[in-house]
Ligand binder design. Structure first.
Ligand code: SF4
Ligand code: SF4
Length: 179
């Protein structure tokens, strides 16, 4: 019911940009482990973590894919940290029309980090990051029941934007008949 609270495990990957060396092992393992069938291919463009790289300025920013958004931001942020100027959108996690990251290359559908749901040892990008730039943490929090519903609606909205309502409804109808 709306407003009810329930316990939820909040999973976090802490990112230390100073430790990242831009090796992109995280992109490789993420894309391979999410390939269908699993480990059948490896294409960093399909990774749910992307490393924003500018080697000449010693800038490496691993970013995990977050929410899908229909429209790009009207305003942008620009950060300068320890004398390094980071590009607009460098820290943004959105799958957004203004960038190529976090979109499935063939279908254009948004990609989102699922924290390697189902992997016994937790997030694989963390495991493969030998530089220890990615550190995994879990904590328990009380959240509104409504939140999960909202996530589902965002996913459906992105499919409607991509394929249109009728095509989506036809696809669901076909799947239900198969079941
Ligand atoms: S595996 Fe670690 S060091 Fe390598 S690019 Fe990814 S976050 Fe950076
Ligand atoms: S936690 Fe898993 S799904 Fe998320 S970016 Fe890392 S490897 Fe990819």
């Amino acid at each position: 019911m709306k407003g009810d609270k329930k316990k939820k495990i909040i999973k976090t990957i802490n990112i230390d940009v100073d430790k990242c060396n831009g090796c992109r092992a995280c992109e490789v393992i993420c894309s391979a482990s999410h390939a269908m069938p699993k480990y059948s291919s490896n294409n960093p463009a399909r990774s749910r973590i992307r490393v924003i790289r500018d080697p000449l300025r010693d800038i490496y920013v691993p970013v995990l894919a977050g929410e899908y958004t229909v429209a790009e931001c009207a305003g942008r942020d620009k950060y300068t940290i320890d004398g390094k100027e980071y590009e607009e959108c460098a820290f943004c996690r959105a799958s957004c029309p203004s960038r190529t990251e976090f979109k499935e290359p063939d279908s254009g559908l948004p990609l989102k980090c699922d924290m390697c749901e189902g992997e016994e040892d937790g997030p694989l990008c963390v495991k493969w990051c030998l530089a220890e730039a990615l550190i995994y943490e879990e904590r328990e929090e009380e959240v509104e029941e409504q939140e999960e519903q909202e996530e589902l609606e965002i996913g459906i909205e992105s499919l409607i934007d991509k394929y249109g309502k009728q095509m989506l409804m036809d696809a669901v109808a076909r799947m239900l008949v198969k079941d």
